[in-house]
Design a protein around this ligand. Structure first.
Ligand code: PLP
Length: 449
């Protein structure tokens, strides 16, 4: 094919000239050479010059079953041939989308049985917030609108979800929805005050949530949105019992609990959904995307509790009860068919069970890096992990010199055949779920180098 014969240097030039990448540094967008990727198989990706790398980040927390799975490719082609698309609006159904909604309902905890589809994680979270507002409007409580999130969270890049990200850099120069979105302090225990016990830290973080609800007034708070493990923020695993206790607080004040499982669902922690199976919570709404299709095609989903839907539908519905939310490509048949096949592979090939073995091995091997002076913290669960570097020995906040260190680690790792995800002082890892212990040994050995 023509594009395969193009010189990688030329592609890099074209890219630098014409593509505005997510989170581009506009200072260097026209000068910094991108890595031009050409193909991938299993856990490996290759650049256009033929160099091969272990994909330490599973594309971007999403390529669960690995690259080049023939079943997914065939499924995609067959569905496109049968019915490539039709409108999801109103009373129109397509076979894979209906079947996928049922499959997600069967696997989601509690009474979470109703699904709306989006084309991304951002879209899924955005839909969840809009639903929370819609729900309280229907119940004649229109003042319940405020949204509570946490520092170090990441929830997306739409107009609304961009305002829910808890990294200062992500706020950019904008202030889209600051009157609507409120930030609790980070639950990163590594940064807790010296001498504070983990238990006291957890108590304090739960109390923070209750205090914020009371300060805003429970009659004004619609929802609390939380990733079970804060992924992009640095794989921040919450203190034990923190999530169940947050859920209790939400119930106490009739605040909807939205569990953002865009990263943690579909096997990254060894289960299809982590909220209940790993953290013991049945939230009101779950959002997911990424691993839903193993990244073969874009798709997001929002799964709602029957309790919420029943309260505002059928005989309980208000006049003109249209939840005017959704997208041209909601429940896209090709994406839905891929998601169904992906579930079949995750469950049928024993990949979830495999992660329950390789996950603890991955974490234990990474912990051994703690003897390196540059390593400040190693944390994670399942197949998501973060090695936090410190250049100066650790202070309360990362120092100036720490800010670029992960990018340097990444550059050295790439020379040795591993791609990771650098952010300031954080080296983030989330390999495809099919990694073996041998692959993990190689990843850790490259990192140590
Ligand atoms: N929520 C979480 C927890 C995420 O990690 C992400 C993306 O990384 C999103 C939402 C947004 O998903 P997307 O980039 O597909 O819009």
């Amino acid at each position: 094919a023509k594009h395969h014969s193009l010189d990688p240097v030329e592609i890099a030039q074209v890219d630098k000239r014409h593509v505005l990448h997510p989170w581009s540094d506009l200072k260097t967008m026209h000068t910094e050479d991108p890595l031009v990727l050409a193909e991938a198989k299993g856990i490996h990706i290759s650049d256009a010059e033929g160099n091969r790398y272990i994909d330490g980040i599973g594309g971007m927390w999403c390529v669960q079953v690995g690259y080049g799975r023939e079943e997914l490719i065939v499924t995609m082609a067959e569905q496109a041939r049968r019915l490539c698309y039709y409108t999801p609006f109103g009373a129109m159904a397509n076979v894979p989308a209906a079947q996928l909604a049922q499959a997600l309902a069967e696997r989601a905890p509690g009474d979470l049985n109703t699904v709306s589809f989006a084309t991304s994680g951002s879209g899924a979270v955005d839909s969840a917030i809009r639903f929370a507002h819609f729900y309280f409007n229907c119940l004649d409580q229109p003042s319940k609108r405020q949204v509570i999130v946490r520092m170090d969270s990441y929830h997306g890049s739409t107009y609304l979800t961009a305002s829910m990200n808890g990294k200062r850099r992500d706020w950019s120069q904008f202030n889209y929805a600051r009157e609507l979105v409120h930030f609790l302090p980070s639950v990163n225990a590594f940064r807790r005050p010296k001498g504070q016990s983990l238990e006291d830290f957890a108590n304090e973080k739960v109390a923070d949530l209750e205090a914020m609800i009371l300060e805003l007034g429970p009659e004004n708070v619609a929802c609390f949105v939380a990733e079970p493990i804060q992924a992009s923020g640095g794989v921040i695993v919450p203190p034990e019992m923190y999530l169940p206790r947050c859920l209790e607080i939400c119930r106490k004040y009739d605040v909807l609990y939205i569990s953002d499982e865009v990263v943690t669902a579909f096997g990254r922690l060894g289960h299809i959904f982590a909220s209940k199976d790993v953290f013991g919570i049945t939230p009101d709404i779950i959002t997911c995307a990424k691993g839903l299709t193993s990244g073969y095609i874009p798709m997001g989903a929002t799964i709602y509790s029957d309790r919420l839907i029943k309260a505002i539908s059928g005989e309980n519905a208000v006049d003109h009860p249209y939840f005017t939310n959704g997208f041209t490509y909601s429940g896209h048949p090709v994406a839905a068919a891929v998601a169904l096949k992906n579930l079949e592979i995750l469950e049928g090939d024993g990949i979830l069970e495999q992660v329950r073995d390789t996950g603890p091995y991955f974490q234990a091997e990474l912990q051994k890096l703690r003897d390196l002076p540059i390593v400040g913290d190693v944390r994670g669960m399942g197949l998501m992990a973060c090695v936090e570097c410190v250049v100066r020995k650790i202070g309360a906040e990362p120092g100036e010199a720490d800010m670029a260190v992960a990018a340097r680690v990444d550059a050295h790792a790439q020379e040795r055949g591993l791609i990771l995800r650098p952010f300031e002082s954080l080296c983030i890892l989330s390999p495809p779920l099919i990694v073996t212990t041998k692959d993990i040994d190689r990843i850790v050995s490259i990192l140590r180098d």
